[in-house]
Design a protein around this ligand. Structure first.
Ligand code: FDA
Length: 316
């Protein structure tokens, strides 16, 4: 997670050809046409898609406006290609100015409203991602304002935060689209759970959402969480169209297909140039990916890896 904020590591990763295959596993590509091609391939397999235009924590209002323009552009393509029923978009509010200080929240609300209007025209929906714990109250506020105009606007809740259960209870209302994930950021102990307590919180939030009239979006690859969701779906007799599972592009693709035999399954598909922070969060979730990345990055700095299989430059 520290690597996600390291300018030096970013510089190395973005230039290393050895890192590229690992990036390609998680990212559809740099261009809109890459995103649309991937979305088509997945929807042809009866999977749903949410497209994420990569980029976060923009530094200026101009960058925030550029993000809005990028979303409007992809949504126009989604609409023109008749993909609106199966392909929505996910939005990080920090990519439309939320963290810009005074005026940032209003800028993010305006951006979110513009993107929602474009989604409505394309016949699809938007879901707000959840980011750093310091932004959650602001994200819920923006969601509540925009939801009044666009009742299909979804929001992500991170089970690792101690506030998650209360937030789920607030959102457990008819038709409210709530994505439940474990959380991919770091928060202080006072605000967050660790280890098994995250799964316990996830289960409690699942029960709150699945016992309500909300539309839960169950975002996890964890077999234990998937099984817990399946039991609750049976217990509360949820119809197939009243919830969905969500998984990340490139993670457990065989499980995505298996789940889709009996459930709606949506794949989160990131695209664009700004892949570094998203990619680093995926590495942080899985040590095996991280080991491969460190070896490839070290090789880019020190030259090709030694044949003997010993570690490179002491990095391992
Ligand atoms: P866990 O991390 O325990 O993983 C379970 C198993 O899944 C692993 O053992 C492994 O097999 C596989 N796996 C998981 N991650 C992997 C990876 N990166 N590479 C390879 N295998 C992997 N977070 C957030 O803070 N805000 C958000 O808005 C979102 N949005 C979101 C949308 C969707 C559709 C998903 C699936 C996830 C998110 N997340 C997120 C990320 C989420 O919070 C969490 O970090 C990851 O999903 C990993 O947690 P799991 O529940 O998958 O369990």
């Amino acid at each position: 997670m520290a690597g996600a904020r390291s300018a030096r590591m970013r510089h190395v990763a973005e230039r290393s050809r050895l890192v590229r295959p690992l990036v390609d596993r998680f990212i559809a590509g740099a261009l809109e046409r890459d995103a649309v091609a991937t979305a088509r391939r997945l929807t042809d397999e009866d999977l749903l898609v949410t497209l994420d235009y990569l980029g976060e924590d923009v530094m200026s209002a101009d960058q925030a406006r550029a993000t809005v323009a990028a979303y409007r552009s992809i949504l126009k393509i989604v609409g023109a290609n008749g993909l609106g029923a199966n392909v929505e978009v996910s939005l990080k509010l920090s990519a439309v100015g939320q963290s810009l200080g005074t005026g940032g929240e209003q800028l993010a609300l305006d951006g979110a409203l513009a993107i929602c209007a474009a989604a409505a025209e394309a016949g699809t929906t938007v879901t707000l991602d959840a980011e750093d714990y310091t932004t959650i109250s602001s994200t819920l506020k923006i969601h509540s304002r925009a939801h009044a105009e666009f009742p299909w606007l979804g929001i992500a809740i991170q089970a690792y935060l101690k506030r998650a259960e209360a937030d789920c209870q607030e959102l457990a209302r008819a038709g409210c689209r709530v994505r439940l994930c474990k959380g991919a950021y770091v928060a202080p102990e006072s605000a967050s759970y660790k280890g098994g307590a995250v799964s316990d919180s996830y289960r409690r939030c699942l029960a709150t959402l699945l016992s309500s009239n909300a539309y839960p979006m169950i975002a996890t690859h964890d077999p234990a969480m998937i099984d817990a969701a399946k039991s609750l779906i049976a217990q509360f007799q949820r119809s197939r169209d009243s919830y969905e599972f969500q998984l990340l592009y490139g993670v457990r693709p065989e499980e995505q297909r298996a789940l889709s035999a009996e459930n709606r399954v949506r794949v989160y598909v990131p695209y664009g140039d700004e892949w570094y922070p998203y990619f680093m969060r995926r590495l942080a979730e899985r040590p095996a990916n991280l080991r491969f990345f460190v070896r490839a990055a070290a090789s880019a700095v020190t030259g090709p890896m030694r044949r003997s299989g010993t570690s490179v430059g002491g990095v391992e």
